[in-house]
Design a protein around this ligand. Structure first.
Ligand SMILES: Nc1nc2c(c(=O)[nH]1)N[C@H]1C(S)=C(S)[C@@H](COP(=O)(O)OP(=O)(O)OC[C@H]3O[C@@H](n4cnc5c(=O)[nH]c(N)nc54)[C@H](O)[C@@H]3O)O[C@H]1N2
Ligand SMILES: Nc1nc2c(c(=O)[nH]1)N[C@H]1C(S)=C(S)[C@@H](COP(=O)(O)OP(=O)(O)OC[C@H]3O[C@@H](n4cnc5c(=O)[nH]c(N)nc54)[C@H](O)[C@@H]3O)O[C@H]1N2
Ligand code: SF4
Ligand SMILES: [Mo]
Length: 912
């Protein structure tokens, strides 16, 4: 943690305070200790007492205090009247009255289903509850869905139809205690790093533990695997059926368990008979031996646990994949005991809370169904309203279709960035620009969706709000406020309740308010009653109990003194007859197929140090060190076939749109596959973001879209005129001023660089040079038009170079025409060196860098700032992992880089 700041006078300010809270990123739900002075967050540390992480944090959690640049935050309500281009600042009363009037008028004129709410797995349970009550009890619509539709809805279907309730039955401890782990469609080394650290430690302590990773890519997670099955994308159902076929054939199933606790095995047996090992191996693109080896590992282990994430859920066969995996656990009796069970990893910090409070259009609070009349009656009675809406609500993709075709006329978006994260962005952008009223409630003003907001409501964010979240292991933790939100930003629950009261005055005047809540605690108290008697019953919990006992796992019924680590120990499931269900569904190929025009399959997912659309992580320069730019990965054979070289700019196109970006050789991929990180939207990369390529097709039951498979092709583009810009300081201002100037460029990638002195860095390319005035504007914005500026212009070759030097250091630079020296110059800037060679380079007509090729080196270890180049040099000197840790200190803090260092060690044999 940072030492307390020392004021200029030398006086140390009053002692910083520590507030315990929860990390706002992934579903591991790590406890964090926030060091602050009431106004500013000064540092974060892992909470040693939190049972999810016991003090650990990953690279994202450990840098939380470096994120959230106040210049990027939404600080004041802003309103656009009519379709004028700009919004102007307003006050909260005007903003919320305006929203209430528009929503009330729309509902009165077009009915309750003409409005919708699109919310997020990053809201707190109390926020969710307020939104749900607002939509269903007050507006009387089921049009409330969340980004969890893109994330967890297939797991919800899988658990519910196989086990009777949406309840992951395991604890993190079970991962450590298991004898055989099947990690499928999850890159937990990147996406759930602290859990992966716990797994690394468990495997080091018990090397006999077996780990199988099923993923078309060889990810960092594979560094821990005894067996990696690089199956063809989308073939998981065939794999699971093939495994069950083998287990049956070998007599490795648990007949007694099946007889006592399940239903439907005979039908499944009949189905999997057709999944012969040879045909399954062929379908999945693996060898027969690999398939058999996998079945043997599973069957010979005393305990077997599976972990999965988006590789299963984000699929048109997402529900089938989930149930086919759960089938394996039921058939082997590997559930309801320590070290065993089907354990879905949740993505967002409170995806679970969303499911508990009913925040998908088809759900209601307390694990109820919107389509079930009894459930509706129960909730209506609890809320004291006559009835709840009967019409089905729309799921995310359908909801935006309805915005597109005008059925939905007022849309409220909170804590999610659909103009970046939904598939088929062309359509989403059209929908949002057509929608008569878009309200966006976000903590950051910079997101792609904010550009469409007619009303922008500034929300408090991590470190500024109070409430609860539930992590992947059903554990409810407190989120606590440390500092005040910037400007006039307000907490989500209070925005919603305030809006709801104003809407009530218009829609049901004179009646007692349904939204008389004065604190998140009051919301929790009302909400928890809706869990009473249900499978998740946590009506025994309260904010006070959580203060006293610490984070607790549900169920936690009244009178409980501790939570419930495991479910189904007695083999009784949450179905009417207490039996789990085998689901017999055949393997179906993914909806979008390759053809001659689109011969590659594009897979998308996460990077280690970025979070989704980067509104928060994208404000911390050091989080760009590991992967600074959007790049497309292709297998080296595919590059060769297309005569592409590593680094070439390509046009990547799918049936829905296209994007220009550089291509890289990626040996972790199978030939025929392409890989793009999901994080880049239109702000950081010119274009409509990576989701302009992806398809909106969704699973018939879960309605979760297929974000992992799109048929694409690439072709080389010639963009000879290149630009490179680097400007230190005031990053957000420069971003906002410069980004609009690249609208007409074919390629423009913006990112942050550096650590202590952050800079904005832009790489751009175009078919021809822009006019002189455009370049002059850039120079003025960069402060390169006057003063201590070194300049060289070659009018014939249209090559231009500008450098601004202050205190013997580069502080701004711009290369136009060609940019060969950019990596060398960036390294000079990073090192704060004013090289004597600079002057010579500057005057040379060709701006090739002196001193050979400087290759950009990514930062492997974020915590201690160790580059890949230094690690490779260390390996060449003969260092092993512990030598590298000792000498370079890499991997000694959060450990997120250790799998990658292991991979480098394996691929570069040490010098002997
Ligand atoms: N660093 C970081 N961590 C995060 C997030 C983040 O943005 N950044 N987001 C959080 C959220 S919301 C989520 S949902 C999770 C997601 O966590 P993960 O699901 O682990 O992450 P992804 O990279 O989306 O996808 C996981 C893997 O699925 C593989 N895959 C693709 N298609 C298939 C297939 O057909 N079968 C199989 N078996 N595998 C396939 C991909 O190759 C990829 O390696 O991460 C959470 N954690
Ligand atoms: N191609 C592709 N697309 C994907 C995926 C993929 O794997 N591939 N994954 C999908 C998945 S699993 C997910 S979960 C989604 C995520 O997609 P999004 O939900 O769009 O992701 P975020 O960027 O996290 O959006 C959260 C927003 O909430 C804001 N915010 C943060 N804290 C607060 C707060 O306290 N209050 C409010 N009101 N706002 C806040 C942030 O600034 C940000 O704009 O992306 C999906 N899209
Ligand atoms: S693993 Fe990392 S991102 Fe996830 S909760 Fe823990 S610190 Fe936060
Ligand atoms: Mo997610």
């Amino acid at each position: 943690m940072n030492p307390p700041p020392i004021l200029e006078s030398g006086v140390v300010p009053t002692k910083p305070t520590i507030t315990a809270s929860t990390c706002c990123y992934c579903g591991v739900g790590c406890g964090v200790l926030i060091e602050h002075d009431g106004e500013r967050i000064l540092g974060v540390q892992g909470d040693p007492d939190h049972p999810a992480n016991f003090g650990r944090l990953c690279s994202k959690g450990a840098s939380l205090h470096l994120t959230g640049d106040v210049d990027a935050r939404a600080r004041y309500p802003e309103l656009r009247l009519g379709k004028t281009p700009a919004r102007s600042r307003t006050d909260w009363d005007t903003a919320l009255d305006h929203a209430a009037t528009v929503f009330a008028d729309t509902i009165t004129a077009h009915g309750p289903d003409s409005v919708a709410f699109y919310i997020s797995g990053q809201l707190l349970t109390e926020d969710y509850y307020a939104f749900n009550k607002l939509a269903r009890a007050m507006v009387h619509t089921n049009n409330i869905d969340s980004n969890s539709r893109l994330c967890m809805s297939s797991a919800v279907v899988g658990y519910k139809r196989s086990l009777g309730a949406d309840a992951p039955p395991c604890s993190y401890e079970d991962i450590e205690q298991s004898d055989c782990l099947l990690i499928v469609g999850s890159n937990m080394a990147y996406a759930h790093p602290v859990l992966f650290r716990r797994l690394e430690a468990a495997k080091a302590a018990r090397p006999q533990m077996r780990i199988i990773v099923v993923d078309p890519r060889r990810t960092d997670t594979c560094e821990l695997a005894d067996l990696h099955l690089a199956i063809l994308p989308g073939t998981d159902v065939a794999l699971f059926h093939g495994l069950l076929h083998l287990l049956l054939w070998e007599g490795w199933i648990d007949r007694a368990y099946i007889d006592a606790h399940t239903q439907g095995f005979d039908e499944l047996k009949l189905l999997v008979r057709d999944y012969s090992p040879a045909s399954v191996a062929r379908l999945c693109g693996i060898s027969l031996e690999e398939l058999q080896h996998c079945a043997r590992l599973i069957s010979s282990a005393p305990t077997f646990l599976s972990l999965w994430c988006m590789g299963l859920n984000q699929s048109t066969a997402g529900s089938a994949k989930n149930s086919a995996l759960i089938n394996l656990h039921l058939a082997t009796g590997q559930i309801g005991k320590p070290g065993a069970g089907p354990f879905s990893l949740t993505g967002q910090p409170n995806a679970m809370g969303g499911r508990e409070t009913g925040s998908l259009s088809n759900l209601l609070p307390g694990h109820r169904e919107a389509g079930n009349p009894e459930h509706r009656a129960e909730v209506a009675a609890y809320w004291g309203v006559e009835q709840l809406p009967v019409t089905n609500g729309l799921s995310a993709v359908e909801l935006f279709d309805a915005v597109h075709d005008g059925r939905i006329k007022a849309l409220w978006i909170a804590c999610t960035n659909p103009a970046q994260s939904l598939p088929d962005q062309q359509k989403i952008h059209e929908a949002l620009s057509r929608c008569p009223c878009v309200v966006v409630q976000d903590a950051f003003a910079t997101t792609e969706t904010c550009s469409f907001a007619d009303l922008l409501l500034p929300a408090a964010s991590w470190g500024e709000k109070d409430g609860t979240v539930t992590n992947s292991e059903r554990r409810i933790s407190r989120v606590r406020r440390a500092v005040t939100p910037p400007g006039e930003a307000r907490t989500d629950w209070s925005i919603i309740c305030d809006f709801a009261r104003r809407l009530e005055q218009r829609l049901r005047p004179g009646r007692p308010s349904l939204f008389d809540f004065t604190s998140p605690e009051a919301l929790f108290e009302e909400y928890k009653g809706l869990t009473a008697g249900r499978d998740l019953d946590y009506s025994g919990l309260s904010h006070a109990v959580l203060e006293q006992l610490g984070p607790q796992q549900w169920p936690f019924p009244p009178g409980a003194r501790q939570g419930t680590p495991r479910l189904y120990l007695d083999g009784r499931f949450s179905t009417a007859d207490g039996r789990a269900r085998f689901i017999a569904e055949p393997y179906r190929a993914a909806k979008e197929l390759r053809d001659a025009r689109y011969p590659l399959l594009l897979n998308t997912g996460r990077l280690r140090d970025q979070w989704h659309g980067m509104s928060r992580t994208g404000t911390a320069a050091q989080l760009f060190g590991h992967a600074p730019d959007a790049v497309l990965g292709l297998h080296p054979d595919d590059l060769r076939q297309r005569q592409l070289r590593h680094g070439d700019l390509v046009r990547l196109r799918s049936r829905r749109g296209s994007l220009i970006l550089p291509v890289h050789a990626d040996e972790a991929l199978l030939p025929g596959q392409a890989w793009l990180p999901m994080h880049w939207g239109n702000r950081f990369l010119k274009g409509l973001g990576i989701n302009v390529l992806t398809q909106p097709a969704f699973d018939p039951l879960s309605k979760q879209p297929e974000l992992k498979i799109s048929a694409v092709d690439v072709e080389k583009v010639e963009l000879p005129w290149q630009l490179f810009v680097l400007i230190e300081g005031d990053v957000q201002r420069h971003f906002n001023e410069l980004r609009p100037l690249f609208e007409n460029f074919a390629y423009a990638n913006l990112s942050l660089a550096g650590r202590d002195r952050p800079a904005l860095r832009i790489k751009a390319a175009h078919s021809r040079a822009p006019d002189a005035e455009w370049l002059a504007r850039i120079d003025r914005l960069l402060g390169l038009h006057e003063g201590a500026v070194l300049a060289y212009d070659d009018p014939h070759r249209t090559v231009g170079k500008r450098l601004r030097i202050e205190d013997d250091r580069i502080v701004a630079l711009r290369l136009a025409g060609e940019t060969l020296a950019r990596d060398w110059l960036q390294s000079l800037w990073e090192e704060g060196r004013f090289d004597t060679e600079l002057r010579r380079w500057l005057l040379a007509p060709l701006s090739a860098q002196p001193g050979g090729d400087t290759k950009p080196s990514k930062t492997l270890c974020n915590c201690l700032n160790v580059s890949e180049n230094s690690v490779c040099a260390g390996i060449a000197r003969g260092l092993d992992l512990s030598g590298l840790k000792h000498e370079l200190k890499c991997g000694t803090s959060c450990g997120s880089c250790v799998p990658e260092i292991r991979r480098l060690l394996a691929s570069r044999p040490m010098a002997v």
